[in-house]
Design a protein around this ligand. Structure first.
Ligand code: NAD
Ligand code: UDP
Ligand code: UDP
Length: 317
Protein backbone atom coordinates (compact mmCIF):
# COMPACT_ATOMS: atom_id res chain seq x y z
CA UNK A 1 0.00 0.00 0.00
CA UNK A 2 1.34 3.43 -0.90
CA UNK A 3 1.48 5.82 2.03
CA UNK A 4 2.35 9.50 2.03
CA UNK A 5 5.80 10.15 3.44
CA UNK A 6 4.36 12.30 6.30
CA UNK A 7 2.24 9.45 7.66
CA UNK A 8 4.87 6.77 7.15
CA UNK A 9 6.53 5.60 10.36
CA UNK A 10 9.91 4.01 10.97
CA UNK A 11 9.17 1.09 13.23
CA UNK A 12 11.62 -1.10 15.13
CA UNK A 13 10.53 -4.71 15.75
CA UNK A 14 12.88 -6.66 18.04
CA UNK A 15 12.59 -10.42 17.62
CA UNK A 16 11.20 -9.68 14.15
CA UNK A 17 12.63 -12.83 12.58
CA UNK A 18 10.59 -14.98 14.95
CA UNK A 19 7.15 -16.48 14.54
CA UNK A 20 5.02 -13.54 15.78
CA UNK A 21 7.49 -10.81 14.84
CA UNK A 22 7.55 -11.83 11.19
CA UNK A 23 3.74 -11.76 10.94
CA UNK A 24 3.68 -8.35 12.61
CA UNK A 25 6.29 -7.04 10.14
CA UNK A 26 4.22 -8.29 7.19
CA UNK A 27 1.25 -6.24 8.41
CA UNK A 28 3.35 -3.11 9.06
CA UNK A 29 4.95 -3.30 5.62
CA UNK A 30 1.49 -3.86 4.09
CA UNK A 31 0.32 -0.68 5.87
CA UNK A 32 3.10 1.27 4.14
CA UNK A 33 5.52 1.71 7.05
CA UNK A 34 9.29 1.32 7.17
CA UNK A 35 10.44 -1.56 9.37
CA UNK A 36 13.75 -2.30 11.04
CA UNK A 37 13.91 -5.88 12.27
CA UNK A 38 16.48 -6.39 15.04
CA UNK A 39 17.13 -10.04 15.84
CA UNK A 40 20.08 -12.18 16.91
CA UNK A 41 18.51 -15.26 15.28
CA UNK A 42 18.64 -17.27 18.51
CA UNK A 43 15.28 -18.96 17.88
CA UNK A 44 14.13 -17.03 14.82
CA UNK A 45 15.16 -17.61 11.23
CA UNK A 46 16.04 -15.39 8.29
CA UNK A 47 13.67 -17.60 6.28
CA UNK A 48 10.73 -15.93 8.11
CA UNK A 49 11.57 -12.54 6.60
CA UNK A 50 13.32 -13.74 3.44
CA UNK A 51 10.41 -12.61 1.25
CA UNK A 52 11.18 -9.03 2.35
CA UNK A 53 14.81 -9.20 1.32
CA UNK A 54 15.48 -6.23 -0.98
CA UNK A 55 12.15 -4.61 -0.04
CA UNK A 56 12.82 -0.84 -0.01
CA UNK A 57 11.03 -0.34 3.30
CA UNK A 58 12.58 -3.32 5.16
CA UNK A 59 15.93 -3.61 6.92
CA UNK A 60 17.40 -6.53 8.87
CA UNK A 61 19.78 -5.80 11.71
CA UNK A 62 21.60 -8.66 13.43
CA UNK A 63 21.51 -7.38 16.98
CA UNK A 64 21.29 -8.74 20.52
CA UNK A 65 18.89 -6.66 22.64
CA UNK A 66 21.09 -7.25 25.70
CA UNK A 67 23.33 -4.60 24.12
CA UNK A 68 22.40 -0.93 23.75
CA UNK A 69 21.02 0.16 20.39
CA UNK A 70 21.35 3.70 19.07
CA UNK A 71 19.00 4.28 16.16
CA UNK A 72 16.22 6.71 15.26
CA UNK A 73 12.69 5.33 15.01
CA UNK A 74 9.08 6.48 15.62
CA UNK A 75 7.78 3.34 17.35
CA UNK A 76 9.15 0.19 19.00
CA UNK A 77 7.69 -3.31 19.32
CA UNK A 78 9.78 -5.37 21.77
CA UNK A 79 9.30 -9.07 21.01
CA UNK A 80 12.85 -10.40 21.37
CA UNK A 81 12.87 -13.41 23.72
CA UNK A 82 12.81 -17.18 23.26
CA UNK A 83 9.18 -18.16 23.84
CA UNK A 84 8.70 -21.93 23.96
CA UNK A 85 9.48 -23.79 27.21
CA UNK A 86 12.08 -25.98 25.44
CA UNK A 87 13.85 -22.95 23.97
CA UNK A 88 13.73 -20.70 27.01
CA UNK A 89 14.89 -23.44 29.40
CA UNK A 90 17.82 -24.36 27.14
CA UNK A 91 19.82 -21.38 28.46
CA UNK A 92 17.73 -20.01 31.33
CA UNK A 93 20.17 -17.30 32.38
CA UNK A 94 20.21 -15.93 28.84
CA UNK A 95 16.38 -15.94 28.87
CA UNK A 96 16.15 -13.78 31.99
CA UNK A 97 18.92 -11.55 30.70
CA UNK A 98 17.15 -11.07 27.36
CA UNK A 99 13.84 -10.20 28.97
CA UNK A 100 15.27 -7.80 31.51
CA UNK A 101 18.24 -6.22 29.70
CA UNK A 102 16.28 -6.17 26.45
CA UNK A 103 13.39 -4.31 28.08
CA UNK A 104 15.80 -1.89 29.79
CA UNK A 105 17.68 -1.06 26.58
CA UNK A 106 14.52 -0.66 24.52
CA UNK A 107 12.96 1.53 27.22
CA UNK A 108 16.15 3.63 27.29
CA UNK A 109 15.81 4.00 23.53
CA UNK A 110 12.10 4.93 23.81
CA UNK A 111 12.89 7.46 26.54
CA UNK A 112 15.56 9.17 24.43
CA UNK A 113 13.37 9.19 21.31
CA UNK A 114 10.13 9.99 23.23
CA UNK A 115 8.41 7.30 21.23
CA UNK A 116 5.73 4.71 21.94
CA UNK A 117 6.90 1.24 22.93
CA UNK A 118 5.04 -2.10 22.96
CA UNK A 119 6.02 -5.03 25.14
CA UNK A 120 5.18 -8.65 24.27
CA UNK A 121 4.40 -9.93 27.75
CA UNK A 122 2.79 -13.25 28.44
CA UNK A 123 0.05 -15.18 30.23
CA UNK A 124 2.98 -16.85 32.03
CA UNK A 125 3.00 -13.85 34.39
CA UNK A 126 -0.07 -15.56 35.93
CA UNK A 127 1.98 -18.75 36.53
CA UNK A 128 -0.16 -21.76 37.48
CA UNK A 129 -3.25 -19.62 38.05
CA UNK A 130 -5.60 -20.04 41.00
CA UNK A 131 -8.34 -17.98 39.34
CA UNK A 132 -10.01 -18.94 36.11
CA UNK A 133 -10.29 -17.40 33.56
CA UNK A 134 -7.41 -14.95 34.13
CA UNK A 135 -8.11 -11.22 34.30
CA UNK A 136 -5.46 -8.52 34.12
CA UNK A 137 -5.92 -7.59 37.79
CA UNK A 138 -4.88 -11.08 38.94
CA UNK A 139 -1.31 -10.93 40.34
CA UNK A 140 -0.43 -14.51 39.51
CA UNK A 141 0.90 -17.67 41.14
CA UNK A 142 4.49 -18.11 40.00
CA UNK A 143 7.19 -20.36 41.45
CA UNK A 144 10.19 -18.01 41.51
CA UNK A 145 12.79 -20.80 41.64
CA UNK A 146 11.30 -23.38 39.27
CA UNK A 147 12.25 -24.38 35.73
CA UNK A 148 9.83 -21.86 34.17
CA UNK A 149 10.92 -18.98 36.41
CA UNK A 150 13.62 -17.70 34.03
CA UNK A 151 10.86 -16.80 31.59
CA UNK A 152 7.99 -15.98 33.95
CA UNK A 153 10.01 -13.79 36.30
CA UNK A 154 11.98 -12.24 33.43
CA UNK A 155 8.71 -11.17 31.80
CA UNK A 156 7.30 -9.97 35.13
CA UNK A 157 10.40 -7.85 35.72
CA UNK A 158 10.12 -6.47 32.18
CA UNK A 159 6.54 -5.36 32.98
CA UNK A 160 7.85 -3.68 36.15
CA UNK A 161 10.45 -1.79 34.10
CA UNK A 162 7.80 -0.70 31.61
CA UNK A 163 5.56 0.75 34.32
CA UNK A 164 8.48 2.37 36.17
CA UNK A 165 9.70 4.04 32.96
CA UNK A 166 6.18 5.37 32.52
CA UNK A 167 5.97 6.63 36.12
CA UNK A 168 9.51 8.00 36.28
CA UNK A 169 10.04 9.25 32.73
CA UNK A 170 6.57 9.44 31.14
CA UNK A 171 7.40 6.82 28.50
CA UNK A 172 4.35 5.97 26.36
CA UNK A 173 3.98 2.20 27.00
CA UNK A 174 1.70 -0.57 25.71
CA UNK A 175 1.86 -3.95 27.43
CA UNK A 176 0.13 -7.00 25.93
CA UNK A 177 -0.17 -10.30 27.83
CA UNK A 178 -0.17 -12.87 25.08
CA UNK A 179 -1.78 -16.29 25.56
CA UNK A 180 -0.73 -19.38 23.56
CA UNK A 181 -0.59 -18.48 19.89
CA UNK A 182 -0.01 -20.73 16.89
CA UNK A 183 0.21 -20.58 13.12
CA UNK A 184 2.53 -20.82 10.12
CA UNK A 185 6.23 -20.01 10.83
CA UNK A 186 6.17 -21.57 14.29
CA UNK A 187 9.51 -23.24 14.77
CA UNK A 188 8.91 -26.92 13.88
CA UNK A 189 11.12 -28.11 16.74
CA UNK A 190 10.25 -25.59 19.43
CA UNK A 191 8.62 -28.33 21.51
CA UNK A 192 5.34 -26.45 21.82
CA UNK A 193 2.24 -28.57 21.82
CA UNK A 194 0.78 -27.43 18.49
CA UNK A 195 4.02 -27.81 16.52
CA UNK A 196 4.84 -31.12 18.24
CA UNK A 197 1.43 -32.68 17.56
CA UNK A 198 1.37 -31.55 13.91
CA UNK A 199 4.94 -32.69 13.19
CA UNK A 200 4.26 -36.02 14.89
CA UNK A 201 0.95 -36.56 13.08
CA UNK A 202 2.51 -35.77 9.69
CA UNK A 203 5.45 -38.11 10.36
CA UNK A 204 3.12 -40.92 11.50
CA UNK A 205 4.69 -40.87 14.98
CA UNK A 206 2.83 -41.13 18.28
CA UNK A 207 1.48 -37.82 19.59
CA UNK A 208 3.15 -37.13 22.95
CA UNK A 209 0.60 -36.02 25.54
CA UNK A 210 2.30 -34.89 28.75
CA UNK A 211 0.48 -36.05 31.87
CA UNK A 212 -3.11 -37.30 31.55
CA UNK A 213 -3.97 -34.66 28.92
CA UNK A 214 -6.66 -32.97 31.02
CA UNK A 215 -4.70 -29.70 31.38
CA UNK A 216 -6.16 -26.88 29.28
CA UNK A 217 -4.87 -24.10 27.05
CA UNK A 218 -6.52 -21.49 24.83
CA UNK A 219 -5.05 -21.16 21.35
CA UNK A 220 -5.10 -17.96 19.32
CA UNK A 221 -4.34 -17.85 15.59
CA UNK A 222 -1.39 -15.54 14.75
CA UNK A 223 -3.33 -13.19 12.42
CA UNK A 224 -5.91 -12.49 15.12
CA UNK A 225 -3.16 -11.76 17.62
CA UNK A 226 -1.29 -9.35 15.34
CA UNK A 227 -4.53 -7.42 14.77
CA UNK A 228 -4.68 -7.04 18.58
CA UNK A 229 -1.07 -5.74 18.64
CA UNK A 230 -1.89 -3.08 16.04
CA UNK A 231 -5.07 -1.96 17.81
CA UNK A 232 -3.28 -1.70 21.14
CA UNK A 233 -0.46 0.31 19.56
CA UNK A 234 -3.00 2.71 18.01
CA UNK A 235 -5.07 3.11 21.21
CA UNK A 236 -5.17 6.35 23.24
CA UNK A 237 -2.11 7.02 25.45
CA UNK A 238 -3.95 6.21 28.72
CA UNK A 239 -4.50 2.64 27.49
CA UNK A 240 -1.20 1.23 28.71
CA UNK A 241 -2.45 -2.28 29.44
CA UNK A 242 -1.50 -4.78 30.59
CA UNK A 243 -4.18 -6.24 28.36
CA UNK A 244 -4.83 -9.93 27.70
CA UNK A 245 -4.68 -10.95 24.04
CA UNK A 246 -5.71 -14.51 23.34
CA UNK A 247 -8.54 -16.74 22.26
CA UNK A 248 -10.89 -17.66 25.11
CA UNK A 249 -11.81 -21.03 23.54
CA UNK A 250 -10.44 -23.60 26.02
CA UNK A 251 -9.28 -27.10 25.06
CA UNK A 252 -7.68 -30.02 26.89
CA UNK A 253 -4.50 -31.44 25.36
CA UNK A 254 -6.42 -34.66 24.67
CA UNK A 255 -8.99 -32.70 22.65
CA UNK A 256 -6.21 -30.93 20.77
CA UNK A 257 -4.53 -34.23 19.92
CA UNK A 258 -7.83 -35.64 18.57
CA UNK A 259 -8.41 -32.55 16.44
CA UNK A 260 -4.90 -32.66 14.95
CA UNK A 261 -5.33 -36.35 14.13
CA UNK A 262 -8.66 -35.65 12.44
CA UNK A 263 -7.40 -32.67 10.41
CA UNK A 264 -4.21 -34.35 9.24
CA UNK A 265 -5.97 -37.66 8.54
CA UNK A 266 -3.05 -39.29 10.34
CA UNK A 267 -3.16 -42.81 11.71
CA UNK A 268 -0.78 -41.93 14.53
CA UNK A 269 -1.68 -42.99 18.08
CA UNK A 270 -1.22 -41.02 21.28
CA UNK A 271 1.25 -41.83 24.02
CA UNK A 272 1.56 -40.35 27.51
CA UNK A 273 4.80 -38.88 28.89
CA UNK A 274 5.47 -37.32 32.33
CA UNK A 275 4.14 -33.81 32.95
CA UNK A 276 6.95 -31.19 33.01
CA UNK A 277 7.71 -29.30 36.24
CA UNK A 278 5.33 -26.43 37.11
CA UNK A 279 3.16 -27.07 34.04
CA UNK A 280 0.07 -24.84 34.49
CA UNK A 281 -3.14 -26.89 34.94
CA UNK A 282 -5.41 -24.53 33.08
CA UNK A 283 -5.24 -21.30 31.16
CA UNK A 284 -7.89 -19.14 29.53
CA UNK A 285 -7.90 -15.37 29.02
CA UNK A 286 -10.66 -13.04 30.12
CA UNK A 287 -10.62 -10.65 27.14
CA UNK A 288 -13.30 -8.20 28.31
CA UNK A 289 -10.74 -5.36 28.49
CA UNK A 290 -9.49 -5.90 24.92
CA UNK A 291 -13.10 -6.13 23.72
CA UNK A 292 -14.21 -2.85 25.32
CA UNK A 293 -11.05 -0.77 24.91
CA UNK A 294 -9.76 -2.08 21.57
CA UNK A 295 -12.92 -3.51 19.99
CA UNK A 296 -10.85 -6.65 19.50
CA UNK A 297 -11.69 -10.32 19.64
CA UNK A 298 -10.29 -13.33 17.81
CA UNK A 299 -12.12 -14.52 14.70
CA UNK A 300 -10.33 -17.64 13.47
CA UNK A 301 -11.72 -20.90 14.95
CA UNK A 302 -9.17 -23.49 16.13
CA UNK A 303 -10.00 -26.04 13.40
CA UNK A 304 -9.50 -23.43 10.66
CA UNK A 305 -6.25 -22.04 12.10
CA UNK A 306 -4.92 -25.56 12.62
CA UNK A 307 -5.72 -26.48 9.02
CA UNK A 308 -3.67 -23.48 7.78
CA UNK A 309 -0.82 -24.39 10.14
CA UNK A 310 -0.86 -28.03 9.04
CA UNK A 311 -0.65 -26.87 5.45
CA UNK A 312 2.45 -24.81 6.29
CA UNK A 313 4.15 -27.72 8.06
CA UNK A 314 3.30 -30.11 5.19
CA UNK A 315 5.17 -27.88 2.76
CA UNK A 316 8.20 -27.13 4.96
CA UNK A 317 11.35 -27.87 3.04
P1 NAD B 1 10.12 -16.84 18.59
O1 NAD B 1 11.14 -17.60 19.37
O2 NAD B 1 9.68 -17.36 17.29
O3 NAD B 1 10.60 -15.34 18.40
C1 NAD B 1 11.46 -14.67 19.28
C2 NAD B 1 12.51 -13.94 18.45
O4 NAD B 1 13.39 -13.22 19.33
C3 NAD B 1 13.41 -14.89 17.64
O5 NAD B 1 13.48 -14.45 16.31
C4 NAD B 1 14.76 -14.82 18.34
O6 NAD B 1 15.84 -15.08 17.47
C5 NAD B 1 14.73 -13.41 18.89
N1 NAD B 1 15.63 -13.21 20.03
C6 NAD B 1 15.77 -14.00 21.12
N2 NAD B 1 16.69 -13.48 21.95
C7 NAD B 1 17.12 -12.32 21.37
C8 NAD B 1 18.07 -11.32 21.73
N3 NAD B 1 18.77 -11.40 22.88
N4 NAD B 1 18.26 -10.28 20.90
C9 NAD B 1 17.58 -10.19 19.73
N5 NAD B 1 16.67 -11.10 19.35
C10 NAD B 1 16.45 -12.15 20.15
O7 NAD B 1 8.87 -16.65 19.58
P2 NAD B 1 7.44 -15.99 19.31
O8 NAD B 1 6.43 -17.02 19.59
O9 NAD B 1 7.42 -15.27 18.03
O10 NAD B 1 7.39 -14.94 20.51
C11 NAD B 1 7.59 -13.56 20.31
C12 NAD B 1 7.34 -12.83 21.63
O11 NAD B 1 6.01 -13.04 22.06
C13 NAD B 1 8.27 -13.29 22.75
O12 NAD B 1 8.66 -12.16 23.51
C14 NAD B 1 7.37 -14.18 23.57
O13 NAD B 1 7.77 -14.21 24.92
C15 NAD B 1 6.01 -13.55 23.39
N6 NAD B 1 4.92 -14.53 23.58
C16 NAD B 1 4.66 -15.49 22.62
C17 NAD B 1 3.63 -16.41 22.86
C18 NAD B 1 3.29 -17.48 21.86
O14 NAD B 1 2.40 -18.29 22.12
N7 NAD B 1 3.89 -17.55 20.69
C19 NAD B 1 2.90 -16.36 24.04
C20 NAD B 1 3.22 -15.38 24.98
C21 NAD B 1 4.21 -14.45 24.73
N1 UDP C 1 19.90 2.86 25.62
C1 UDP C 1 19.95 2.38 24.33
N2 UDP C 1 19.70 3.25 23.30
C2 UDP C 1 19.43 4.56 23.50
C3 UDP C 1 19.37 5.04 24.82
C4 UDP C 1 19.60 4.16 25.87
O1 UDP C 1 20.17 1.19 24.09
O2 UDP C 1 19.26 5.28 22.52
C5 UDP C 1 20.17 1.94 26.73
C6 UDP C 1 21.29 2.45 27.61
O3 UDP C 1 22.53 1.97 27.14
C7 UDP C 1 20.95 1.89 28.98
C8 UDP C 1 19.46 1.62 28.91
O4 UDP C 1 19.06 1.86 27.57
O5 UDP C 1 21.62 0.67 29.19
C9 UDP C 1 18.66 2.49 29.82
O6 UDP C 1 18.86 3.82 29.44
P1 UDP C 1 18.52 5.04 30.40
O7 UDP C 1 18.89 6.29 29.70
O8 UDP C 1 17.11 4.93 30.88
O9 UDP C 1 19.41 4.76 31.69
P2 UDP C 1 20.92 5.09 32.01
O10 UDP C 1 21.72 5.00 30.73
O11 UDP C 1 20.88 6.46 32.55
O12 UDP C 1 21.30 4.06 33.02
N1 UDP D 1 2.36 -30.59 25.84
C1 UDP D 1 2.02 -31.90 25.51
N2 UDP D 1 2.76 -32.51 24.53
C2 UDP D 1 3.78 -31.92 23.88
C3 UDP D 1 4.11 -30.57 24.21
C4 UDP D 1 3.38 -29.95 25.21
O1 UDP D 1 1.09 -32.48 26.06
O2 UDP D 1 4.39 -32.56 23.01
C5 UDP D 1 1.56 -29.90 26.86
C6 UDP D 1 2.36 -29.17 27.93
O3 UDP D 1 2.68 -30.04 29.00
C7 UDP D 1 1.38 -28.08 28.35
C8 UDP D 1 0.60 -27.78 27.05
O4 UDP D 1 0.81 -28.90 26.20
O5 UDP D 1 0.48 -28.56 29.31
C9 UDP D 1 1.08 -26.52 26.33
O6 UDP D 1 2.49 -26.60 26.20
P1 UDP D 1 3.36 -25.56 25.38
O7 UDP D 1 4.77 -25.94 25.61
O8 UDP D 1 2.86 -25.47 24.00
O9 UDP D 1 3.05 -24.14 26.05
P2 UDP D 1 2.88 -23.62 27.56
O10 UDP D 1 1.50 -23.10 27.60
O11 UDP D 1 3.07 -24.76 28.52
O12 UDP D 1 3.92 -22.58 27.70
Amino acid sequence: MARLYESRKRILVTGGAGFLGSHLIDRLIEQGHEVICADNLLTGAKRNVEHLHNHPRFEFLRHDVCNPLKIEVDEIYNLACPASPVHYQHNPVLTTKTSVMGALNMLGLAKRLRCRIFQASTSEVYGDPEVHPQREDYWGHVNPIGARACYDEGKRCAETLFFDYRRAHGVDIKVARIFNTYGPRMHPRDGRVVSNFIMQALAGEDLTIYGDGSQTRSFCYCDDLVEGFLRLMESEPGMTGPVNLGNPGEFTMTELARLVLKLTGSRSKVTHLPLPEDDPRQRKPDIALAKTKLGWEPKVPLAEGLARTIDYFRHLG
